[in-house]
Design a protein around this ligand. Structure first.
Ligand SMILES: Cc1cc2nc3c(=O)[nH]c(=O)nc-3n(C[C@H](O)[C@H](O)[C@H](O)COP(=O)(O)OP(=O)(O)OC[C@H]3O[C@@H](n4cnc5c(N)ncnc54)[C@H](O)[C@@H]3O)c2cc1C
Length: 392
Protein backbone atom coordinates (compact mmCIF):
# COMPACT_ATOMS: atom_id res chain seq x y z
CA UNK A 1 0.00 0.00 0.00
CA UNK A 2 1.36 3.46 -0.88
CA UNK A 3 2.07 5.62 2.11
CA UNK A 4 2.49 9.43 2.52
CA UNK A 5 2.90 11.81 5.44
CA UNK A 6 -0.08 13.81 4.20
CA UNK A 7 -2.94 13.15 1.78
CA UNK A 8 -4.94 16.14 0.58
CA UNK A 9 -8.29 15.58 -1.13
CA UNK A 10 -9.16 18.44 -3.51
CA UNK A 11 -6.66 20.32 -5.70
CA UNK A 12 -8.44 23.67 -5.46
CA UNK A 13 -7.11 26.88 -3.94
CA UNK A 14 -6.94 25.67 -0.34
CA UNK A 15 -5.71 22.15 -1.11
CA UNK A 16 -2.87 23.30 -3.37
CA UNK A 17 -1.70 25.92 -0.87
CA UNK A 18 -1.76 23.32 1.91
CA UNK A 19 0.04 20.65 -0.15
CA UNK A 20 2.76 23.09 -1.30
CA UNK A 21 3.33 24.33 2.27
CA UNK A 22 3.56 20.82 3.75
CA UNK A 23 5.73 19.58 0.87
CA UNK A 24 8.17 22.46 1.24
CA UNK A 25 8.49 21.54 4.93
CA UNK A 26 9.78 18.13 3.89
CA UNK A 27 6.54 16.15 4.19
CA UNK A 28 5.70 13.55 1.56
CA UNK A 29 2.39 14.74 0.15
CA UNK A 30 -0.20 13.24 -2.21
CA UNK A 31 -2.96 15.53 -3.50
CA UNK A 32 -5.84 14.02 -5.47
CA UNK A 33 -8.73 15.58 -7.36
CA UNK A 34 -11.51 13.94 -9.33
CA UNK A 35 -11.34 16.69 -11.95
CA UNK A 36 -9.05 16.38 -14.95
CA UNK A 37 -7.41 19.75 -14.18
CA UNK A 38 -6.45 21.41 -10.88
CA UNK A 39 -7.95 24.69 -9.65
CA UNK A 40 -10.96 24.77 -11.96
CA UNK A 41 -12.66 27.48 -9.90
CA UNK A 42 -9.50 29.57 -9.86
CA UNK A 43 -9.46 29.39 -13.65
CA UNK A 44 -12.97 30.82 -14.06
CA UNK A 45 -12.74 33.21 -11.11
CA UNK A 46 -12.81 36.96 -11.54
CA UNK A 47 -14.02 36.63 -15.14
CA UNK A 48 -10.85 34.61 -15.95
CA UNK A 49 -8.49 37.05 -14.21
CA UNK A 50 -8.81 35.68 -10.64
CA UNK A 51 -9.56 38.23 -7.96
CA UNK A 52 -6.93 36.50 -5.81
CA UNK A 53 -7.14 38.62 -2.65
CA UNK A 54 -8.47 41.81 -1.15
CA UNK A 55 -6.09 44.25 0.49
CA UNK A 56 -8.83 45.33 2.91
CA UNK A 57 -9.31 41.83 4.32
CA UNK A 58 -10.45 41.88 7.95
CA UNK A 59 -12.36 39.25 9.92
CA UNK A 60 -15.46 41.46 9.51
CA UNK A 61 -15.53 40.54 5.82
CA UNK A 62 -16.47 36.94 6.64
CA UNK A 63 -19.67 35.20 7.72
CA UNK A 64 -19.50 32.33 10.18
CA UNK A 65 -21.45 31.05 13.15
CA UNK A 66 -18.27 31.90 15.09
CA UNK A 67 -16.95 35.14 13.57
CA UNK A 68 -13.77 34.93 15.69
CA UNK A 69 -12.64 31.57 14.31
CA UNK A 70 -10.99 32.92 11.15
CA UNK A 71 -8.97 35.63 12.91
CA UNK A 72 -5.95 33.48 13.78
CA UNK A 73 -5.34 32.01 10.31
CA UNK A 74 -6.08 35.34 8.56
CA UNK A 75 -3.60 37.13 10.83
CA UNK A 76 -0.86 34.60 10.18
CA UNK A 77 -1.29 34.63 6.38
CA UNK A 78 -2.24 38.07 5.12
CA UNK A 79 -3.02 39.47 1.68
CA UNK A 80 0.55 40.89 1.68
CA UNK A 81 1.93 37.35 2.00
CA UNK A 82 0.03 36.13 -1.06
CA UNK A 83 0.90 39.30 -2.96
CA UNK A 84 4.57 38.61 -2.12
CA UNK A 85 4.22 35.14 -3.69
CA UNK A 86 2.51 36.57 -6.78
CA UNK A 87 5.31 39.14 -7.14
CA UNK A 88 8.02 36.46 -6.78
CA UNK A 89 6.44 34.79 -9.82
CA UNK A 90 6.39 38.14 -11.66
CA UNK A 91 2.63 37.93 -12.17
CA UNK A 92 1.37 41.39 -13.06
CA UNK A 93 -1.74 42.49 -11.19
CA UNK A 94 -3.89 45.53 -10.54
CA UNK A 95 -6.46 46.79 -8.07
CA UNK A 96 -9.80 46.92 -9.86
CA UNK A 97 -11.99 48.45 -7.17
CA UNK A 98 -12.53 48.29 -3.40
CA UNK A 99 -9.17 46.62 -2.73
CA UNK A 100 -9.80 43.74 -5.15
CA UNK A 101 -6.58 42.49 -6.78
CA UNK A 102 -6.79 40.80 -10.20
CA UNK A 103 -4.17 39.33 -12.54
CA UNK A 104 -3.50 41.59 -15.52
CA UNK A 105 -3.20 38.44 -17.62
CA UNK A 106 -4.99 35.22 -16.80
CA UNK A 107 -6.11 33.24 -13.75
CA UNK A 108 -4.10 30.34 -15.15
CA UNK A 109 -0.99 32.19 -13.89
CA UNK A 110 -2.18 31.65 -10.31
CA UNK A 111 -2.79 27.94 -10.97
CA UNK A 112 0.64 27.57 -12.60
CA UNK A 113 2.22 29.36 -9.63
CA UNK A 114 0.57 26.94 -7.18
CA UNK A 115 1.60 23.96 -9.32
CA UNK A 116 5.21 25.24 -9.28
CA UNK A 117 5.02 25.69 -5.52
CA UNK A 118 3.80 22.10 -5.17
CA UNK A 119 6.59 20.91 -7.45
CA UNK A 120 9.12 22.74 -5.29
CA UNK A 121 7.75 20.73 -2.36
CA UNK A 122 7.92 17.42 -4.26
CA UNK A 123 4.14 16.99 -4.02
CA UNK A 124 2.54 14.13 -5.99
CA UNK A 125 -0.54 15.40 -7.85
CA UNK A 126 -3.03 12.85 -9.18
CA UNK A 127 -5.95 14.06 -11.29
CA UNK A 128 -9.08 12.24 -12.40
CA UNK A 129 -8.96 10.44 -9.05
CA UNK A 130 -12.10 10.65 -6.92
CA UNK A 131 -11.88 9.91 -3.21
CA UNK A 132 -14.16 6.94 -2.54
CA UNK A 133 -13.99 5.95 1.12
CA UNK A 134 -11.98 6.79 4.21
CA UNK A 135 -11.11 4.50 7.10
CA UNK A 136 -9.44 5.49 10.34
CA UNK A 137 -6.74 3.16 11.68
CA UNK A 138 -4.49 3.22 14.75
CA UNK A 139 -1.83 5.05 12.69
CA UNK A 140 -3.96 7.44 10.71
CA UNK A 141 -6.14 7.03 7.65
CA UNK A 142 -6.63 4.76 4.67
CA UNK A 143 -8.08 6.49 1.65
CA UNK A 144 -9.63 4.20 -0.96
CA UNK A 145 -8.87 5.42 -4.47
CA UNK A 146 -9.89 3.76 -7.74
CA UNK A 147 -6.36 2.38 -8.26
CA UNK A 148 -5.85 1.16 -4.70
CA UNK A 149 -5.65 2.45 -1.14
CA UNK A 150 -3.15 4.97 0.26
CA UNK A 151 -2.32 5.50 3.88
CA UNK A 152 -1.24 8.59 5.83
CA UNK A 153 -1.23 9.89 9.41
CA UNK A 154 -2.75 13.20 8.23
CA UNK A 155 -5.73 13.62 5.93
CA UNK A 156 -6.80 17.06 4.70
CA UNK A 157 -10.29 17.57 3.26
CA UNK A 158 -10.14 20.47 0.80
CA UNK A 159 -13.08 19.56 -1.41
CA UNK A 160 -14.86 22.92 -1.14
CA UNK A 161 -18.61 23.43 -0.92
CA UNK A 162 -21.60 22.54 -3.07
CA UNK A 163 -21.56 25.55 -5.37
CA UNK A 164 -21.64 24.90 -9.11
CA UNK A 165 -21.95 21.10 -9.24
CA UNK A 166 -21.14 21.10 -12.95
CA UNK A 167 -17.62 22.26 -12.01
CA UNK A 168 -17.07 19.22 -9.79
CA UNK A 169 -18.48 20.46 -6.46
CA UNK A 170 -19.68 17.47 -4.44
CA UNK A 171 -20.40 18.15 -0.80
CA UNK A 172 -17.88 15.34 -0.09
CA UNK A 173 -16.57 17.25 2.95
CA UNK A 174 -19.98 17.00 4.62
CA UNK A 175 -20.04 13.22 4.06
CA UNK A 176 -16.64 12.90 5.73
CA UNK A 177 -17.82 15.15 8.57
CA UNK A 178 -20.89 12.96 9.08
CA UNK A 179 -18.72 9.82 9.07
CA UNK A 180 -16.53 11.22 11.86
CA UNK A 181 -19.36 12.86 13.82
CA UNK A 182 -18.11 16.37 13.08
CA UNK A 183 -20.99 18.87 13.31
CA UNK A 184 -22.07 20.83 10.23
CA UNK A 185 -23.69 24.25 9.97
CA UNK A 186 -26.43 23.71 7.37
CA UNK A 187 -24.94 24.68 3.99
CA UNK A 188 -26.78 27.16 1.76
CA UNK A 189 -25.91 29.03 -1.43
CA UNK A 190 -24.12 32.38 -1.00
CA UNK A 191 -23.07 35.18 -3.38
CA UNK A 192 -26.00 34.18 -5.54
CA UNK A 193 -28.61 36.05 -7.63
CA UNK A 194 -32.03 36.56 -6.02
CA UNK A 195 -35.22 35.50 -7.79
CA UNK A 196 -38.73 37.00 -7.98
CA UNK A 197 -42.20 35.46 -8.16
CA UNK A 198 -43.84 35.41 -11.63
CA UNK A 199 -46.06 38.48 -11.02
CA UNK A 200 -43.09 40.64 -10.04
CA UNK A 201 -41.05 39.26 -12.93
CA UNK A 202 -43.84 40.27 -15.29
CA UNK A 203 -43.78 43.85 -14.01
CA UNK A 204 -40.00 44.06 -14.31
CA UNK A 205 -39.71 42.12 -17.55
CA UNK A 206 -38.51 45.07 -19.63
CA UNK A 207 -35.62 45.74 -17.27
CA UNK A 208 -33.54 42.60 -17.86
CA UNK A 209 -30.00 43.74 -18.62
CA UNK A 210 -30.36 47.18 -16.98
CA UNK A 211 -27.69 47.93 -14.36
CA UNK A 212 -27.29 50.76 -11.84
CA UNK A 213 -25.05 51.69 -8.95
CA UNK A 214 -27.21 50.82 -5.93
CA UNK A 215 -27.18 50.63 -2.18
CA UNK A 216 -28.77 47.41 -0.96
CA UNK A 217 -29.60 46.80 2.69
CA UNK A 218 -30.80 43.89 4.76
CA UNK A 219 -31.18 44.79 8.43
CA UNK A 220 -27.99 46.59 9.42
CA UNK A 221 -25.97 45.12 6.54
CA UNK A 222 -25.43 47.52 3.66
CA UNK A 223 -23.53 47.16 0.38
CA UNK A 224 -23.10 49.81 -2.27
CA UNK A 225 -22.06 48.32 -5.60
CA UNK A 226 -23.59 47.52 -8.97
CA UNK A 227 -27.08 46.00 -9.31
CA UNK A 228 -28.31 44.15 -12.39
CA UNK A 229 -31.91 43.33 -13.34
CA UNK A 230 -32.08 39.80 -14.82
CA UNK A 231 -34.74 37.58 -16.40
CA UNK A 232 -35.11 35.83 -13.04
CA UNK A 233 -34.75 38.71 -10.57
CA UNK A 234 -31.73 40.66 -9.38
CA UNK A 235 -27.99 40.14 -9.59
CA UNK A 236 -24.81 42.24 -9.66
CA UNK A 237 -22.24 42.66 -6.86
CA UNK A 238 -24.50 44.45 -4.36
CA UNK A 239 -27.16 41.73 -4.66
CA UNK A 240 -24.63 38.87 -4.50
CA UNK A 241 -23.20 40.42 -1.33
CA UNK A 242 -26.58 40.85 0.37
CA UNK A 243 -27.70 37.33 -0.70
CA UNK A 244 -25.25 35.84 1.81
CA UNK A 245 -27.15 37.61 4.61
CA UNK A 246 -30.70 37.40 3.22
CA UNK A 247 -33.14 34.86 4.67
CA UNK A 248 -36.26 33.66 2.88
CA UNK A 249 -39.50 35.48 3.55
CA UNK A 250 -37.83 38.85 4.17
CA UNK A 251 -37.52 41.95 2.00
CA UNK A 252 -34.34 43.75 1.03
CA UNK A 253 -34.21 47.54 0.65
CA UNK A 254 -32.74 49.08 -2.46
CA UNK A 255 -31.70 52.66 -3.11
CA UNK A 256 -31.45 52.94 -6.89
CA UNK A 257 -29.74 56.34 -6.80
CA UNK A 258 -27.61 56.34 -3.64
CA UNK A 259 -25.47 59.24 -4.85
CA UNK A 260 -28.49 61.56 -4.90
CA UNK A 261 -30.85 63.06 -2.34
CA UNK A 262 -33.78 62.43 -4.64
CA UNK A 263 -36.19 64.81 -2.88
CA UNK A 264 -33.74 67.71 -3.08
CA UNK A 265 -32.82 66.81 -6.65
CA UNK A 266 -36.47 66.76 -7.79
CA UNK A 267 -37.07 70.13 -6.12
CA UNK A 268 -33.99 71.59 -7.85
CA UNK A 269 -34.88 70.36 -11.34
CA UNK A 270 -38.45 71.51 -10.88
CA UNK A 271 -37.20 75.02 -10.03
CA UNK A 272 -34.89 75.03 -13.04
CA UNK A 273 -37.34 73.59 -15.58
CA UNK A 274 -40.87 72.97 -14.37
CA UNK A 275 -42.03 72.19 -17.90
CA UNK A 276 -39.86 69.11 -18.15
CA UNK A 277 -41.79 65.86 -17.86
CA UNK A 278 -41.18 63.85 -14.70
CA UNK A 279 -40.15 60.92 -16.91
CA UNK A 280 -37.52 62.89 -18.81
CA UNK A 281 -36.16 64.31 -15.56
CA UNK A 282 -35.91 60.85 -13.97
CA UNK A 283 -34.26 59.50 -17.11
CA UNK A 284 -31.36 61.89 -16.42
CA UNK A 285 -30.80 60.13 -13.13
CA UNK A 286 -31.68 56.53 -13.95
CA UNK A 287 -31.51 54.34 -17.06
CA UNK A 288 -34.56 55.28 -19.16
CA UNK A 289 -36.23 51.86 -18.90
CA UNK A 290 -35.98 52.04 -15.12
CA UNK A 291 -37.32 55.60 -15.09
CA UNK A 292 -40.28 54.39 -17.18
CA UNK A 293 -40.98 51.65 -14.68
CA UNK A 294 -40.89 54.10 -11.75
CA UNK A 295 -43.40 56.27 -13.59
CA UNK A 296 -45.62 53.27 -14.36
CA UNK A 297 -45.47 51.92 -10.79
CA UNK A 298 -46.16 55.29 -9.14
CA UNK A 299 -48.84 56.26 -11.68
CA UNK A 300 -47.33 59.73 -12.01
CA UNK A 301 -47.72 61.59 -15.29
CA UNK A 302 -47.15 65.15 -16.42
CA UNK A 303 -44.59 67.82 -15.75
CA UNK A 304 -42.40 68.53 -12.76
CA UNK A 305 -44.38 71.70 -12.10
CA UNK A 306 -47.48 69.56 -11.46
CA UNK A 307 -45.68 67.24 -9.07
CA UNK A 308 -47.22 67.63 -5.63
CA UNK A 309 -45.90 66.45 -2.26
CA UNK A 310 -47.67 63.09 -2.61
CA UNK A 311 -46.18 62.44 -6.05
CA UNK A 312 -42.76 63.51 -4.84
CA UNK A 313 -42.94 61.10 -1.88
CA UNK A 314 -44.04 58.27 -4.17
CA UNK A 315 -40.99 58.82 -6.39
CA UNK A 316 -38.63 59.12 -3.43
CA UNK A 317 -39.94 55.87 -2.04
CA UNK A 318 -39.81 54.05 -5.41
CA UNK A 319 -36.26 55.19 -6.17
CA UNK A 320 -34.55 55.41 -2.78
CA UNK A 321 -36.61 53.11 -0.60
CA UNK A 322 -37.64 50.25 -2.88
CA UNK A 323 -38.49 47.29 -0.65
CA UNK A 324 -38.50 44.08 -2.58
CA UNK A 325 -39.20 40.55 -1.39
CA UNK A 326 -37.30 37.90 -3.37
CA UNK A 327 -38.84 34.41 -3.41
CA UNK A 328 -35.52 32.62 -3.43
CA UNK A 329 -32.08 32.39 -4.96
CA UNK A 330 -30.73 30.76 -8.11
CA UNK A 331 -29.27 28.10 -5.80
CA UNK A 332 -26.01 26.16 -6.04
CA UNK A 333 -26.23 26.21 -9.85
CA UNK A 334 -24.86 29.76 -9.93
CA UNK A 335 -23.81 30.49 -6.32
CA UNK A 336 -20.17 31.58 -6.08
CA UNK A 337 -19.82 30.10 -2.62
CA UNK A 338 -21.45 27.83 -0.07
CA UNK A 339 -22.29 29.35 3.30
CA UNK A 340 -22.15 27.10 6.36
CA UNK A 341 -20.19 23.86 6.31
CA UNK A 342 -17.92 22.24 8.88
CA UNK A 343 -18.80 23.77 12.24
CA UNK A 344 -15.75 25.72 13.41
CA UNK A 345 -16.54 24.74 17.01
CA UNK A 346 -15.14 21.31 16.10
CA UNK A 347 -11.88 22.67 14.63
CA UNK A 348 -8.69 24.14 16.03
CA UNK A 349 -8.37 27.73 14.75
CA UNK A 350 -4.59 27.27 14.78
CA UNK A 351 -4.32 24.43 12.27
CA UNK A 352 -7.88 23.46 11.13
CA UNK A 353 -7.58 20.02 12.73
CA UNK A 354 -10.72 18.35 14.08
CA UNK A 355 -10.18 18.55 17.83
CA UNK A 356 -11.81 15.19 18.50
CA UNK A 357 -10.29 13.37 15.48
CA UNK A 358 -6.50 13.81 15.43
CA UNK A 359 -4.97 13.92 11.96
CA UNK A 360 -8.18 14.97 10.19
CA UNK A 361 -8.21 18.53 8.80
CA UNK A 362 -10.81 20.61 6.94
CA UNK A 363 -9.76 23.74 5.04
CA UNK A 364 -11.13 26.30 2.57
CA UNK A 365 -14.75 26.67 1.57
CA UNK A 366 -15.73 23.36 3.21
CA UNK A 367 -15.46 25.16 6.56
CA UNK A 368 -18.16 27.47 7.93
CA UNK A 369 -16.20 30.61 6.98
CA UNK A 370 -17.46 32.52 3.94
CA UNK A 371 -16.12 35.79 2.63
CA UNK A 372 -17.74 38.69 0.88
CA UNK A 373 -17.43 39.02 -2.86
CA UNK A 374 -14.09 40.58 -3.84
CA UNK A 375 -11.15 38.23 -3.24
CA UNK A 376 -11.96 37.39 0.37
CA UNK A 377 -12.82 33.75 -0.31
CA UNK A 378 -9.48 33.04 -1.92
CA UNK A 379 -7.74 34.79 0.98
CA UNK A 380 -9.52 32.39 3.33
CA UNK A 381 -8.53 29.43 1.12
CA UNK A 382 -4.85 30.53 1.16
CA UNK A 383 -4.85 31.31 4.91
CA UNK A 384 -6.59 28.12 6.04
CA UNK A 385 -4.51 25.99 3.64
CA UNK A 386 -1.34 27.60 4.96
CA UNK A 387 -2.39 27.09 8.60
CA UNK A 388 -2.93 23.36 8.05
CA UNK A 389 0.16 23.01 5.83
CA UNK A 390 2.39 24.48 8.53
CA UNK A 391 1.06 22.08 11.15
CA UNK A 392 0.99 18.67 9.46
C1 LIG B 1 -17.71 31.54 -10.83
C2 LIG B 1 -16.92 31.76 -9.55
C3 LIG B 1 -16.08 32.85 -9.47
C4 LIG B 1 -15.36 33.08 -8.29
N1 LIG B 1 -14.53 34.15 -8.23
C5 LIG B 1 -13.83 34.38 -7.10
C6 LIG B 1 -12.88 35.43 -7.03
O1 LIG B 1 -12.60 36.10 -8.05
N2 LIG B 1 -12.27 35.68 -5.85
C7 LIG B 1 -12.50 34.91 -4.73
O2 LIG B 1 -11.92 35.17 -3.67
N3 LIG B 1 -13.35 33.87 -4.79
C8 LIG B 1 -14.00 33.58 -5.93
N4 LIG B 1 -14.85 32.51 -5.99
C9 LIG B 1 -14.94 31.62 -4.81
C10 LIG B 1 -13.70 30.70 -4.78
O3 LIG B 1 -13.55 30.11 -6.07
C11 LIG B 1 -13.84 29.60 -3.73
O4 LIG B 1 -14.18 30.15 -2.49
C12 LIG B 1 -12.54 28.83 -3.61
O5 LIG B 1 -12.24 28.23 -4.85
C13 LIG B 1 -12.63 27.77 -2.54
O6 LIG B 1 -11.43 27.05 -2.56
P1 LIG B 1 -11.40 25.54 -2.04
O7 LIG B 1 -10.04 25.06 -2.35
O8 LIG B 1 -11.89 25.46 -0.65
O9 LIG B 1 -12.48 24.76 -2.93
P2 LIG B 1 -12.51 24.54 -4.51
O10 LIG B 1 -11.74 25.57 -5.21
O11 LIG B 1 -13.95 24.35 -4.83
O12 LIG B 1 -11.73 23.16 -4.72
C14 LIG B 1 -12.26 21.92 -4.31
C15 LIG B 1 -11.64 20.85 -5.17
O13 LIG B 1 -12.06 19.58 -4.66
C16 LIG B 1 -12.36 18.72 -5.76
N5 LIG B 1 -13.27 17.66 -5.26
C17 LIG B 1 -14.54 17.80 -4.80
N6 LIG B 1 -14.99 16.60 -4.39
C18 LIG B 1 -14.01 15.68 -4.59
C19 LIG B 1 -13.87 14.28 -4.36
N7 LIG B 1 -14.87 13.56 -3.81
N8 LIG B 1 -12.72 13.66 -4.69
C20 LIG B 1 -11.69 14.37 -5.23
N9 LIG B 1 -11.74 15.71 -5.47
C21 LIG B 1 -12.90 16.36 -5.13
C22 LIG B 1 -12.97 19.64 -6.80
O14 LIG B 1 -12.86 19.10 -8.09
C23 LIG B 1 -12.12 20.91 -6.62
O15 LIG B 1 -10.99 20.92 -7.46
C24 LIG B 1 -15.54 32.21 -7.17
C25 LIG B 1 -16.38 31.11 -7.27
C26 LIG B 1 -17.05 30.87 -8.46
C27 LIG B 1 -17.94 29.66 -8.53
Amino acid sequence: MRSFDVVVIGAGAAGMMCAATAGQRGRSVLIVDHAEAPGKKIRISGGGRCNFTNIHTTPQSFLSQNPKFAISALKRYRPADFIGLVERYCIAYHEKTLGQLFCDGSAQQIIDMLLDEMKAGGVTLELGVGAEAIERTDNGYILRLPDGPVTSPALVIATGGKSIPKMGATGFAYQVATQFNVPIVTPRPGLVPLTFEPGMLDRLRGLAGVSVDAQVSYGKTVFREGLLFTHRGLSGPSILQISSYWREGNPVSVDLAPQTDIGQWLADVRTRNGKQSVLNALAELLPRRLAELVIAETGIAGNLADLGRKGMDAIISAVSGWRVKPVGTEGYRTAEVTLGGIDTAALSSKDMQVKAVPGLYFIGEAVDVTGWLGGYNFQWAWASGKAAGLAI
